[in-house]
Design a protein around this ligand. Structure first.
Ligand SMILES: Nc1ncnc2c1ncn2[C@@H]1O[C@H](COP(=O)(O)OP(=O)(O)OP(=O)(O)O)[C@@H](O)[C@H]1O
Length: 591
């Protein structure tokens, strides 16, 4: 593979050409080393699951995020040291790119290697070089039909051994090294769920097949088997979560057949999966057929390949910009004190910039805000915190900026702004999915919808708490409502670990007149939290208060928060189900 030559002149002993080859090989080595470590980490997921070591499972997901940047830094340093890469002539860089393409012809992850090439080059070159002559602005090597060993999915034909035996084999072929509590029961439950979904018993013919992706998907306390059943023209996607009980035995917890349920598993507001993949592009292609509403960028991200997700997102954004004409404007809702938030109405994302000077009472600066966003990226977001993509040096077309917005960026965030004749360059930017801010939702929607989101808002607070996250600022404007009506938190500058918070009861006032005063008589030291106070600033509207108190009155007590904190301190990892409780077999089909 490494001997591929694109340019016959590279065969000549000219030292320049050897240099080109050596640089390209160093880049390839840097990437291959990265992907080897990435796969090792994904493979460890099985052992963590088998041993029930869910702390290790979480740490694996967190630590893996940093791998990429470490390898990019190492490779860029190596290129600078060994080849003076920061002062190479332009012609050399173009040749390095061509040689690198040659190295990727039979590579299993060419798209990831191209992205790695871009990351290293962008670390070395000036932004004006970020175009197709020097980096991979577009992919150069196809990811179609790359063979994987083993093949990415296995096929089963129920006609051969009967449906029950086929499904039992499908489970045991994963060699999960733990016995099932009762495999026969689980297969039976799976068939009952399928019957309910189809409205009849499944039929099968000679060509009926069940396909499953060869590597299972690990996350938190579960492992998911993902695939589809094919019968004539009918394709039924499925995701089957297996869990382990206290004795270390396996059981099938649910069977998800609805595409929206499977999509929810891959929501960016959850933790990334650990999956061992030789050919990730084939996994992404397969998954996208099961979930057509997910972009490839989102799927790569959810498989832990966030940089590839960013590359694809970037391409999608610029493609969209070329095919639309609307302008960037302020995002609807209350303006932030920390961030300038804007959006392109025709594109379902928001863009967030940290202000240069953040006014009191906020006590944060850019470094703290970035650290909080990183905390969220590395944490299990349990379906309640939006994931954000972080970009540097994004050059957007100037003509698409509304003048009022541009003026605000000039005034409040000049250090991250660079302007050229036709470009607005933002040196640092977060991008996340656009939602309807909860405060706007409550103002505009009908009673039933309001009742549903207020109940879900309380659930979001509970789930964040047991995941060790205290949002800090719980006002409705800091939460958004997703397309599916879920309430998700997005304002991270005041976020704290629950274990760092000091939950207290409000002490009695020292004198009666204190109670009537607008000043508090209790201290308000950093990290002190007074849950009894939440109602005062959250529940001004009587209808909202009524619904909240009906479902979540305990959230206004110290007891709830202290109890959640104590459990985390004792090392409990609570169960988070990315599907409705009503789907769980233990509830649906109690023995
Ligand atoms: N993902 C999103 N979808 C839709 N709107 C959003 C999103 N993120 C932020 N906004 C809008 O931008 C506003 C400010 O965002 P954000 O809360 O992140 O900024 P902030 O400066 O940290 O706010 P605060 O002053 O409350 O700390 C929100 O109130 C909301 O109206």
């Amino acid at each position: 593979m490494n001997s591929v030559k694109l340019d016959s002149s590279l065969d000549s002993p000219n030292p320049d050409h050897w240099e080109v080859a050596a640089i390209a090989l160093a880049l390839q080595e840097g990437f291959d080393w990265h992907y080897r470590l990435f796969r090792e980490s994904s493979r460890k997921a099985k052992a963590h699951f088998v041993y029930g070591d869910f702390h290790a499972q979480r740490a694996e997901v967190r630590d893996r995020i940093a791998f990429y940047d470490l390898r990019v830094i190492e490779t860029a340093d190596r290129l600078k040291q060994d080849f003076n890469a920061d002062s190479l002539p332009d012609a050399t860089w173009s040749k390095v790119k061509l040689y690198f393409i040659g190295l990727l012809i039979n590579h299993k992850q060419p798209e990831l290697a191209e992205t790695f090439f871009n990351s290293v080059c962008c670390r070395i070159l000036h932004r004006t070089y970020f175009h197709n002559d020097f980096i991979f602005y577009r992919p150069a090597v196809s990811t179609e039909y790359i063979e994987s060993e083993p093949p990415i999915y296995r096929s089963y034909y129920p006609i051969q051994t009967g449906l029950n035996a086929t499904l039992a084999n499908m489970f045991t072929d994963f060699n999960l090294e733990l016995p099932f509590v009762d495999l026969e029961r689980d297969v039976h439950r799976l068939l009952r769920a399928l019957h309910k979904f189809l409205g009849r018993w499944p039929e099968f013919a000679l060509n009926t097949q069940i396909q499953v992706l060869a590597s299972p998907f690990y996350r938190n306390k579960a492992v998911y088997i993902i695939g589809k059943a094919i019968h004539e023209d009918l394709e039924i996607p499925f995701a089957l979560p297996l869990c382990r009980d206290a004795e270390g035995k396996l059981f099938l917890d649910a069977a998800l057949f609805e595409p929206w349920q499977i999509s929810h598993l891959f929501s960016l507001s959850r933790a990334y999966f650990l999956v061992d993949m030789e050919v990730p592009s084939a996994y992404v292609r397969y998954l996208q057929k099961l979930m057509p509403d997910k972009s490839r960028a989102e799927l790569y991200t959810m498989l832990g390949l966030g940089k590839q997700g960013k590359t694809m997102f970037y391409r999608e954004l610029f493609h969209h910009l070329r095919h639309s004409t609307d302008s960037f404007v302020f995002a609807p809702g209350t303006k932030g004190m920390v961030m300038i938030v804007f959006t392109l109405p025709s594109f379902p994302f928001v863009f967030k910039i940290i202000k240069d000077v953040i006014a009191p009472p906020k006590e944060v600066d850019r470094t703290i805000v970035k650290a909080k966003y990183l905390l969220v990226k590395q944490h299990d977001r349990v379906g309640r915190m939006a994931d954000s993509l972080e970009f540097s040096d994004v050059a957007l077309p100037r003509e698409r900026f509304n003048e009022e917005l541009l003026e605000e960026i000039r005034k409040l965030a000049p250090s991250i702004l660079e302007e050229s004749e036709d470009k607005i360059i933002l040196r640092h930017l977060y991008i996340e999915r656009r939602m309807i801010p909860l405060n706007i939702f409550i103002e505009k929607r009908h009673d039933e919808e309001i009742a549903s989101v207020i109940e879900d808002y309380g659930n979001a607070l509970r789930e964040l708490a047991i995941a060790n996250i205290f949002p800090g600022d719980m006002l409705f404007k800091n939460f958004g409502v997703t397309r599916e009506g879920r309430v998700v938190f997005y304002d991270y500058d005041e976020i704290e670990y629950m274990t760092d918070c000091d939950f207290r009861r409000i002490p009695p006032p020292p004198a009666p007149e204190f109670e009537m005063s607008s000043d508090t008589w209790f201290s308000g030291n950093p990290n002190e939290v007074y849950p009894e106070e939440f109602g005062t600033f959250l529940l001004g509207r009587p209808d909202v208060k009524k619904i909240f108190m009906q479902h979540h009155a305990d959230l206004l007590t110290v007891r709830f928060w202290q109890h959640a904190k104590d459990r985390i301190k004792q090392g409990f990892i609570e169960d988070f189900y990315p599907y409705p409780q009503t789907e769980r077999f233990a509830k649906r089909y109690p023995d």
